[in-house]
Design a binder for this molecule. Structure first.
Ligand code: BGC
Length: 439
């Protein structure tokens, strides 16, 4: 594989992006009607916030190995106080253990938080539970895990109501004053948190370890919705775009998918998210070295099973030193001691090609969602985006903006991509407030 061939293989031209938009919109419509679709289009029971929500709430924000417990005061009038936050880390024991081990650890962490902040057992509080996996919601505070993603594998959770599992763990740990009043996806939390302050925000996106998006949809458009009408006539739909599969894959993508925990699933996620981007780059590098386009020594650590992390791509692509010195240092630490500046430049190119495709796929899907909401792009839209890839990768956001410009020309400025850091916890608190009637 030469750089020239690689560029061609990973290139997403304007017509290719337009094809993604078309297919994505088709799959959105099918998913809303309960027809066969790679997009689950899950009704979340959540409406957009009014900004008047008030009170003190707890949020539990879990979507990766690091999770957070927060206490947040909503002041109404679109404002909230500074949250109090504690971070915890799940280990292999919990991720690969049983439902009981998993939820006991979470309940114990909530208990640690309540003790640390001296929240007494007499104080009754509502909790918003952000659980960022594909959940079939059965109510605002109930939902069944369809399948794990992002390498999670605890047994006894898939097919069960995660709120019930958390409630049982709270009971085992003697937590009696916390009422779980909302179950929320991180994209929904991100959208709600941002639109609490900015009513022009109508799409929530995560591009981090995993990737996904949500938006508010009119109830009559949600053909499969059998529930009652609501106040606003709209409901936020969790698209679960990570599973979108109408994309042109390369042999690298197919290899990565075949060797993954969940072959055939989360195809877009495997081309876009932080959990996989580094691995794709690793596969490309191995291939190039095997064909003599890079020194074999360069890939020794990869051959020995080390993972080429997505963070490396951020460092390499952000390296603007002459001779790529930061890259040399990174590679030396990784076990690739003797690299030439020319090899490092090839490496930087490879990273750029892989991450650029990811950014252009993400932008195309955002374009599809915005066009579903506003087919003529007649008003401005703020897209609230969180996640390590969007936040930390040096060219990802700019590549997304460029892709939108390629698609829409001047009108692209009507779509504003805004970093919405740590919104998912705050959003869960706002949703818990709505559910508890604190509006
Ligand atoms: C999950 C989504 C989640 C996304 C971002 C995906 O793997 O399926 O529910 O929103 O990761 O955390």
């Amino acid at each position: 594989m030469t750089i020239g061939r690689l560029e061609k293989l990973f290139r997403l031209s304007r017509p290719a992006m337009q094809a993604i938009i078309k297919n994505f919109r088709f799959e959105m419509a099918a998913g809303l009607s309960d027809k066969k679709s790679s997009l689950k289009m899950i009704p979340t029971y959540v409406e957009m916030p009014s900004g008047r929500e008030k009170g003190k709430f707890i949020a539990l924000d879990l979507g990766g190995t690091n999770f957070r417990v927060l206490e947040l005061t909503l002041k109404g009038a679109h404002r909230s106080g500074e949250p109090r936050i504690m971070k915890f880390t799940l280990e292999k024991r919990e991720i690969n253990g049983t439902a009981e081990i998993f939820f006991d650890f979470i309940a114990e962490s909530v208990k640690t938080f309540l003790n640390k902040h001296k929240i007494s057992g007499a104080e009754e509080l509502n909790l918003g539970f952000t659980f960022s996996f594909p959940i079939k919601q059965t109510g605002i505070a109930s939902g069944i895990l369809i399948s794990w993603t992002k390498g999670f594998a605890a047994s006894g959770v898939e097919g069960n109501d995660v709120v019930e599992l958390l409630k049982e763990a709270f009971a085992r740990k003697g937590i009696r004053n916390i009422n779980i009043s909302a179950l929320v996806n991180d994209t929904v939390g991100t959208l709600v948190a941002k639109s609490y302050e900015d009513p022009g925000c109508d799409v929530g996106v995560i591009i981090g370890t995993g990737t996904n998006a949500c938006y508010p949809e009119k109830l009559p458009e949600i053909k499969k919705w059998k529930g009652p009408q609501n106040k606003s006539g709209r409901m936020i739909i969790n698209i679960e775009w990570g599973n979108f599969n109408k994309l042109t894959s390369t042999s690298f993508d197919r290899r990565l998918d075949k060797d993954s925990d969940n072959p055939g699933q989360q195809i877009l996620e495997k081309m876009v998210s932080g959990m996989y981007l580094g691995s794709i780059t690793g596969l490309v590098l191995k291939d190039m070295a095997a064909e003599g386009n890079l020194p074999l020594g360069l890939i020794q650590p990869l051959v020995k099973g080390k993972k080429f992390e997505t963070e490396y791509m951020s460092i390499i692509e952000g390296d603007s030193t002459a001779g790529l010195k930061m890259t040399a240092k990174l590679l030396a630490g990784f076990g690739m001691a003797k690299t030439s500046a020319a090899d490092r430049r090839v490496l930087k190119k490879v990273c750029g090609i892989v991450s650029r495709r990811a950014a252009r796929i993400s932008a195309s899907c955002i374009a599809a969602i915005v066009l579903k909401i506003d087919p003529r792009l007649s008003v401005k839209h703020t897209i609230a985006i969180d996640g390590s890839v969007f936040e930390k990768h040096p060219t990802f956001a700019a590549n997304m903006r460029k892709a939108l410009k390629d698609l829409f020309g001047l009108k692209h400025s009507r779509i504003k991509l805004a970093l919405a850091k740590d919104g998912s916890g705050k959003g869960a608190a706002i949703i818990a407030a709505v559910a508890a009637g604190a509006d």
